[in-house]
Design a protein around this ligand. Structure first.
Ligand SMILES: Cc1cc2nc3c(=O)[nH]c(=O)nc-3n(C[C@H](O)[C@H](O)[C@H](O)COP(=O)(O)OP(=O)(O)OC[C@H]3O[C@@H](n4cnc5c(N)ncnc54)[C@H](O)[C@@H]3O)c2cc1C
Length: 378
């Protein structure tokens, strides 16, 4: 057995890579292991929208903590992940959505995250590509966009530059008591094992109730100057998919290249990443309804990814309730890029026994203990 680390982090997606670096910054010796390479899981399949979502208080708390840490990160490393400070424009189709948009603007502003509610005319002036006749919306100034796999790659490289260890192309096949077993039967020991394997977590820990929520995206050719903000329909929400149902809400991101990245949809009960043309059509239709000129733009690529979702919509960040020394950072659904740094902060604080910047109990994996005991008994 090679004893190499205080902490082994399994999974170098955006979440695991952020955890590994945060733990190293505490002076812990960290080994980061990935079956493939940094950021090549669902981190490479998403939109990279850094967004203050406020469907629940806990969600907003985690987003705001993380967005603050993202700001620090971008200040220190301005070129990493091609950040674009485009903000978000949430658009409302009708009076009901407009009331929700206004409530969002108030909620975010009260928490210090600058947002203003807009009339239909103001929305049209801000983004002339939007179809006329919208009820209004809310502009969120501080939201931004990054290219997540590049950030995960950078975080993993930083870990190595600061003396940490990175093992790529090696899957962990089993977690033992104080060690992990890699393909080829090599054992690596550590006091703490952090599992950040995204949607694959159940392969190592079958009791963890993280499931796949599929999403399709497509990207256009380059059309610089047509869109300034990430434009999202007020229909958009993390929790809107049901088993085998397809939830679609227009979500269009202007890339620094002038391309449009177009989503989004949610589908449960699917485990493969094949592209379904019927789903793509539904995603495109809803985006074209909002931004009609998209209908004349060239689509050059499409793909699908699996969001790691949890039964109550919150990530699992904290100690495994049944296995000493094992920690979880999984289940971030459609907010894992946004909330990666906050997840790393909360987990690191718990590991070193320091009070965190916010109450971590809503994300405690122990909340699923009853569910786990039940599945063990069956
Ligand atoms: C269509 C779509 C759009 C999205 N848009 C956004 C967005 O705009 N904003 C946002 O914040 N989030 C978004 N997300 C969600 C975000 O992409 C995820 O929440 C986030 O990437 C999860 O990161 P992760 O590190 O947990 O998982 P992953 O990126 O999947 O990383 C897990 C890593 O673990 C490794 N691994 C797995 N098993 C093992 C093993 N046994 N041994 C070793 N390594 C292993 C994998 O190789 C992988 O690299 C989107 C997702 C999708 C699908």
């Amino acid at each position: 057995m090679s004893v190499v680390a205080d902490v082994i982090v399994i999974g170098a997606g955006i979440v695991g890579a952020a955890c590994a670096l945060a733990m190293q910054q505490e002076g812990l010796r960290v080994t980061l292991i990935d079956a493939a390479s940094p950021g090549c899981g669902v981190t490479a399949a998403g939109m990279g929208h850094l967004v203050a979502l406020d469907e629940t208080d806990e969600e907003l708390d985690l987003c705001l903590l993380s967005l603050g840490l993202w700001k620090d990160f971008m200040r220190a490393h301005p070129a990493v992940g091609e950040p674009s400070h485009c903000g978000t424009l949430w658009v409302a189709d009708n009076e009901h959505q407009l009331a929700e948009a206004q409530a969002r603007a108030t909620r975010l502003s009260q928490r210090g995250w600058n947002a203003e509610s807009l009339s239909g005319a103001q929305v049209s002036r801000l983004e002339p590509a939007l179809r006329p006749g919208l009820a209004g919306g809310v502009r969120v100034f501080g939201d931004s966009v990054v290219y997540p796999p590049a950030v995960a790659h950078f975080l993993a490289s930083e870990l190595v530059r600061r003396g940490g260890s990175l093992r790529l192309g090696q899957a962990v096949v089993r977690i033992g008591n104080g060690f992990v077993v890699l393909t080829g039967d090599e054992r690596v020991a550590a006091k703490h094992v952090v599992v950040a394997t995204g949607v694959e977590v159940a392969k190592l820990l079958p009791e963890v109730p993280v499931f796949a929520r599929k999403g399709h995206l497509l990207i256009t050719d380059r059309y610089p100057g047509r869109l300034g903000h990430q434009v999202v329909s007020m229909n958009y929400g993390q929790a809107s998919a049901r088993a085998d149902a397809l939830a679609v809400a227009a979500n269009v991101q202007p890339r620094p290249t002038g391309q449009w990245l177009v989503g989004s949809c949610r589908q449960d009960g699917q485990r493969d990443t094949s592209v379904d043309p019927a789903v793509l059509r539904a995603v495109l239709r809803s985006a074209i309804e909002l931004l009609p000129c998209l209908g004349d733009m060239q689509i050059i690529r499409s793909w699908a990814g699996l969001r790691p979702a949890s039964p109550d919509g919150k990530p699992l960040i904290g100690p495994h309730p049944g296995r000493a020394g094992v920690w979880l950072a999984v289940g971030h659904e459609g907010l894992g890029v946004t909330t990666a740094f906050a997840s790393a902060r909360l987990l690191t604080d718990q590991m070193v026994g320091r009070p965190g910047p916010l109450d971590a109990s809503p994300y405690d994996p122990g909340r699923f203990l009853a569910l786990w005991s039940q599945s063990n008994a069956e």
